[in-house]
Design a protein around this ligand. Sequence first.
Ligand SMILES: [Zn+2]
Length: 771
Amino acid sequence: MQSSVRFPRVNARRVAAIAVVALTALIAGSLAARQQEASPLTGFSPEGAQTEAQWEQKFRAMPSTDNMRELMEFLSAHPHHVGSPYDKEISEWLVGKFKDWGWDTRVETFQVLFPTPVDRVVELVEPTHFVAKLAEPSLPEDATSNQQSEQLPPYNAYSIDGDVTAPLVYVNYGVPADYDELERMGISVKGAIVIARYGVSWRGIKPKVAAEHGAVGCLIYSDPHEDGYAEGDVFPKGAWRPPDSVQRGSVMDIPLYPGDPLTPGVAATPEAKRLDVQDAKVITKIPVLPLSYADARPLLAAIAGQVAPERWRGALGITYHVGPGPAKVHLRVKSSWDLKPVRDVIATIPGSDAPGEWVIRGNHYDAWVNGARDPVSGLVAELEEARALGEMRKAGWRPQRTILYCAWDGEEPGLLGSTEWVEKHSAELAARAVAYINSDSNGRGYLEAGGSQTFETFANDIAKDIVDPETTMSVWRRKQLHEIASVSSDEERNRIRNRPTWPIDALGSGSDYTAFIDFAGVPSMNFAYGGDEENNGVYHSAYDDFYWFAHFDDPSFVYERALAQTSGTAVMRLADTDLLPFNFSDLSNAVSGYIGELQRLATREANRIRERNREIATGEYAYLSETGGRPAVVPQPKPEPQQLDFAPLQAARDQLVRASAHYQQNWERARQNSAFLTRGGLEKINEELFHSEHALIDPNGLPGRPWFKHQLYAPGVYTGYTVKTVPAVRETIEQDQWSQAQQAIASASKVISNEAIAIERAAVDLDTALQ
Ligand SMILES: [Zn+2]
């Protein structure tokens, strides 16, 4: 999945225009600049670095755009969702391919709950009658768009079954702030069906929040304002969503736990103890269906009542009203709730010196429909890497560490394949996994890198060695220019120019790295090229297919090649290096930044509550909010915010900063000491390095969601994909739970302090080894 939650975008066009100007001006000098940027191979002995550089050069010349085009055409030739015939065929084909390329290959199968729709109805029953089509028509020029009999029709997986008829209320994006606005307007959704537009939050948040406010049904539609003709020409003329296209997708409560809903925390093997379906908390409380904008328009046009606030208005060319009613809608959803197999394909090249240390790479292969972009654009890169690594092995390359290449099934419904695999192997992963490198949808654009902050310098180093296909500057430089173009002040621009690295994004959720980092504590990275929303014009629809991709996303497949070069280089470098390139100063900088943010957030939130309570007490409140000229409905005041004591977090931060600085000092000595790096025997230190992420795991998990164990990163309970850093502290402050926030500060401090201890141990052991 991995996508489309960034609406509404802030001036992306303008930013893109600036970036193009900046890029053009800089292309001339870029080749010279690349020479200066190219990173030294850190962590290798001088001979090792030379050999590595030669192998890497060979590797980066191997991924072929013609191969990837052919692979995509084959892999997206038919719909291949979980449990479909083509999904199974692909799994078998993948096994054959990996074996041909010289990999030891096996399939690991799990039995997971995957509902597929048997009955879907959305009709307007008052004041007029209209029946929603709920279907995507085939297009003559698009050869695979007519495979309706093989497709899953548009639906939201893990919607509960239901049959409701109720007045309709428009709730904008359907996030908590929209319900605050409705409350001020005096509008309740109790007993209503809500209609929310896609965007801002992950889709699964919308029915969750609607149900919390008493709604009985939820419709989610694509508004052309951010997902259609207001953005650009629609498919097949352009890349954007046509009127009847629907975004399918899961509405499972992934922020509670991903994977099979019936086996949280354990692998969904045949003998696993399973919850009853009605006890699986991740299934929605109310029925949900997705709509195209052609189907949504008559429903929205029939709503009356107050006119929607300006920010809520889309591009349907109607006056947006909020309701409730007089539009009344009948919504019926029924699914077949079967267990279906997910088949993960796992291919291995054994390590020569440290076979017990695993470098893991993965991308999913299942799709909602044909899935040329999501996920095949990332999968073809992974496959070309695997072919290239296989050929290099035949030519004599021997990675020190074991390499695992994984093709995950069942990602789209809820990260099923990867989560079950991680749950099954969590003890081995904790002991052996050096890193997990993920990709998913990919396209034309700049590099987006996310991951554990200990890999920030490493990811920057890799990016300096990859050539951007459009500009021929390094992808590192192009990304830096993008960062410069996205900020608004000279001060920020100069700060970015003067930084030796750009930051990598903390990981939330939305793809298969989730279980690795959040459940198992494996240091993880995610790579993708893209960055233009146009890439997602037909996201999760029947038109995300080869015709669309080859016309509008990356017609020359050069960014799939760039992804293969990026991820493959990262895999090789981690598998071959003598001393692993973890950088803890990047981590301690990031953590210091998070703690500063949390303190400012607490102050801001407390001030906001005090101000609001003051407005309520003085009677100002009703006249200070915009509610279409009417006085706002006045809520109850909130309890007085509690003063939080951040001293424990500050102390833990200082400890982390000291330990990190100590380690980095010794790392600098080590990386320049060729005799030391050549003599080997670094297993213990390497192990301490890749185990360090595990210190950030609390086995009890986050408050209210024990599956999520990482204490620095998690997807937000009310945002979905978007990351919340130091989530236990941040979310309790955001939800005004002050005493829980104080407890969360204590537990987060403990974990950060444990991390500092782990880093200090590595620093001391490295020092001793250097003697
Ligand atoms: Zn995907």
